[in-house]
Write a protein that binds this ligand. Structure first.
Ligand code: ADP
Length: 739
């Protein structure tokens, strides 16, 4: 939110700055054009004014020429009168001068006439207007042009009389040209003698006979023109202040040289920097005064009309601020809409996924009872597809009714629409779909309200009771089977108990005859000791009988201990030794049946903590079963392999035979008590073996060896409590095998 606001503001500030710059440039260009137009207009007016004054100068001289032509002979007094009348009308004119032509021959006469006129001795003098400006007596020249008349004749102008202009190098070029052509000619500018500013002379040569010009030169009329007043234009100054006017002499005499410059007087606006200098050079059409008017003006900031620019900038700024606010508002609205769209999407997605995932059927109905939505579970309950359901009135698609007394109960959907209250489905409700599918359901119908609290529909939540019932039945069956199994175990325990009691009784009963047999055999041995011819075999046989009787007694004792669950004394014994003892005991039977025994015994002691007699009982049992399994095998194929080894933390003992193996069915129940495939078998051997092995934390298992016979494997925890004593020699009764 903040980001787009900041970006938006940056964008608008940038756009505003660009537009402001563009407006400023356009306004500046317009302003410059306006100032140029204004300047050009004023320059034209200045040009017209100066041209008019130049024309006036020329027409004044034309009048003089005409006047002189009319009044012959020339009378200086007439010129003086004429000049006095004219001068007040032309402020740019300083004075009228008549330079009388005095050839050398007429010089004395002229001097005399002038001396009598002024009442004093008259001299012809030289003066350098552009040089030392010192008066000196004029040299004798063949031709002199001497001032003999001056109007206005001011007292301070007295020294001017007698000035021979022909002797002034500054004026001579213009004079010569005027005399040669007989035309009016302007001189260069010079400083007036009484500090009256700059002026120039406009010469008009006068000849005696104008028709026969050049004829005899009478003299030259000189019109002294104020340069400054020529360019004086107060009206223009007020119109456009800051104008610089320059008069250039564009004639043959001094091409392009500035004759006079009238620069504007400095003012406050000169403090402002110059933006541009506007210049124009306008040639003036006068032949005698071939000048060019130069008009120039510096454009400064104060010349620019800033108010419109300020207005434009203010309007622009106001527009951008307004547009920026509108834009930000729109962006904020758009952002909010996006967020709410996202929230709506997430909510609908959550609702949709929830509806699809739950195991309850959900049906949403509109106010007109038409189905708006049915989730997958609801469709499964009805056994219909979404296209068949959505948009249709619910009662055409399904109806809910109690399993019993259906006619008495009101339809729960109608009830919910009527009461606008949640309705819980009665027990044993059934949903019957248009397809005829009937399902037992539970759940309820809830009203759906609009924001204003108006009822706009209902939501049916229905749970199929079928799977629930199935699960209940399965759980019941499982528990029944567990009870059955438990009962079987109990009966097995009871049988074992009975058998234990029986064995205990038998053991008690057998103990005495066995003791008697042992005693009788012992007595027979003692009796035979006295008889010399008694065969040694009988003595040996009797000793063996005593040993077997004692062994039988020991077995009975252990059996009673096993059944009576009395504690058995465990010792550290070597499985190799257990196997050796068993081989000794079973040797007779094995040989008799022609069975070859292979002993693969571990090179290391395979020590376990157990009772050696009990383990021997297990091994003897396995050997006995192996012998039984080999009974029907040919003599060549009667082998038993006994294998002991260590495997990690386990002590392993295997008894394998080359019989026909165990049938697959038997494998599963081999260790069950009373399982036997033998005609006279008790089916207790393996069961007892399992009890003994498991008593020591071990495991007994059986498997078939492919193309061979059965293999019984005993795993017992390997003991690390030192090496067992392997030196003990097995005794005939096996009791000495313990370590
Ligand atoms: P009994 O020997 O009295 O039958 P057991 O518990 O010792 O009881 O044996 C149960 C059954 O296991 C036997 O009846 C026999 O079917 C089977 N069985 C045991 N050992 C072997 C073996 N080595 N080969 C084949 N079957 C055997």
């Amino acid at each position: 939110m903040r980001n787009f606001r900041r970006d938006g503001v940056h964008l608008f500030v940038l756009a505003w700055a660009l537009c402001a710059l563009l407006v400023t440039v356009l306004w500046g260009m317009g302003e410059l054009q306006r100032l140029r137009d204004e300047f050009e207009s004023v320059a034209q007016r200045a040009h017209a004014m100066v041209a008019r004054k130049l024309d006036q100068n020329e027409s004044v001289l034309s009048s003089v020429d005409a006047l002189m032509a009319a009044s012959r002979p020339f009378e200086a007094s007439e010129l003086s009168t004429f000049a006095r009348e004219l001068l007040p009308h032309y402020p740019q004119l300083h004075s009228f001068i008549f330079f009388q032509s005095v050839p050398l021959a007429e010089r004395p006469l002229f001097l005399r006439q002038m001396s009598s006129k002024f009442g004093e001795t008259f001299y012809i003098r030289d003066f350098d207007v552009a040089g030392s400006r010192a008066w000196r007596p004029a040299a004798a020249r063949s031709q002199s042009l001497v001032i003999s008349m001056l109007e206005p004749d001011r007292p301070e102008a007295g020294p001017m009389f007698g000035y021979d202009i022909w002797g002034d190098a500054y004026f001579r070029p213009a004079l010569s040209r005027a005399l040669e052509t007989g035309q009016r000619m302007a001189s260069g500018a010079f400083e007036l003698h009484e500090g009256g500013g700059r002026a120039y002379l406009l010469f008009q040569p006068l000849f005696e006979d104008r028709e026969k010009a050049p004829g005899k030169l009478v003299g030259v009329v000189g019109l002294v023109v104020f340069c400054d007043r020529l360019l004086q234009a107060p009206a223009l100054e007020s119109l456009l202040p800051g104008l610089d006017l320059t008069l250039y002499q564009d004639g043959v005499l001094a091409p392009g040289a500035p004759l006079f410059q009238r620069l504007h007087t400095s003012s406050e606006r000169d403090w402002w920097p110059v933006l541009r200098r506007l210049e124009a050079r306008l040639p003036l059409s006068s032949v005698a005064q071939p000048f060019v008017l130069g008009v120039a003006r510096d454009v400064r900031v104060t010349d620019l009309a800033l108010l419109p620019w300020l207005w434009q900038q203010s309007l622009l700024l106001a527009f951008f601020v307004f547009a920026g606010l509108v834009h930000l508002q729109r962006m904020a609205l758009r952002h909010e809409r996006q967020q709410s769209d996202e929230a709506i999407f997430l909510q609908s997605e959550r609702a949709s996924v929830t509806l699809s995932a739950i195991h309850d059927g959900v049906i949403i109905l509109r106010q007109d009872h038409a189905i708006e939505l049915a989730n997958p579970m609801a469709l499964e309950l009805m056994g219909m597809a979404a296209e068949e359901v959505v948009g249709r009135v619910c009662h055409e698609v399904f109806h809910l009714q109690a399993e019993l007394a259906a006619e008495l109960a009101e339809d729960p959907i109608r009830e919910c629409f009527r009461t606008a209250q949640p309705v819980v489905l009665a027990e044993r409700m059934q949903l019957t779909s248009a397809r005829g599918q009937i399902r037992s359901v539970e759940g309820g119908v809830s009203p759906l309200f609009s924001r204003e609290g108006r009822l706009i529909g209902v939501v049916c939540a229905l749970r199929d009771l079928g799977p629930l019932r199935q699960r209940t039945v399965a759980a019941l069956e499982a528990s029944e089977s567990k009870v059955k199994e438990h009962l079987e175990k109990l009966s097995h325990v009871a049988r074992l108990h009975t058998m234990g009691e029986m064995a205990s009784g038998i053991a008690h009963e057998l103990n005495q005859p066995l003791t008697a047999i042992a005693n009788y055999c012992q007595a027979s041995i003692q009796l035979l000791e006295g008889v010399e011819e008694a065969p040694a075999q009988v003595n040996a046989a009797l000793r063996l009988a005593v040993a077997q009787a004692e062994r039988a007694g020991e077995i009975i004792k252990r059996l009673r201990a096993l059944v009576s669950k009395r504690a058995i004394e465990t010792r550290l014994i070597d499985l190799n030794q257990v196997v050796g003892n068993c081989m000794f005991l079973a040797e007779y039977d094995l040989k008799e049946r022609g069975i070859e025994v292979v002993q693969l015994l571990s090179g290391y002691p395979v020590a376990v903590l157990a009772d050696s007699i009990q383990l021997e009982q297990v091994v003897l049992n396995l050997l006995s079963n192996a012998m039984d399994a080999l009974r029907d095998e040919p003599m060549m194929k009667r082998h038993v392999i006994v294998h002991t080894r260590r495997e990690g933390k386990k002590a392993i003992l295997e008894v394998r035979d080359t019989g026909r193996g165990i049938t697959p069915n038997s494998l599963e129940v081999l260790f069950h008590p009373f399982f036997s495939t033998k005609p006279n078998g008790m089916g207790l051997g393996l069961s007892i073996c399992q009890t003994i092995v498991e008593q020591y934390g071990g495991l007994i298992s059986a498997e078939n060896i492919p193309a061979s016979g059965a293999c019984f494997r005993i795993e017992l925890p390997l003991s690390r409590q030192g090496e067992p004593d392997r030196s003990a020699v097995p005794s005939p009764d096996g009791c000495g095998a313990g370590v």
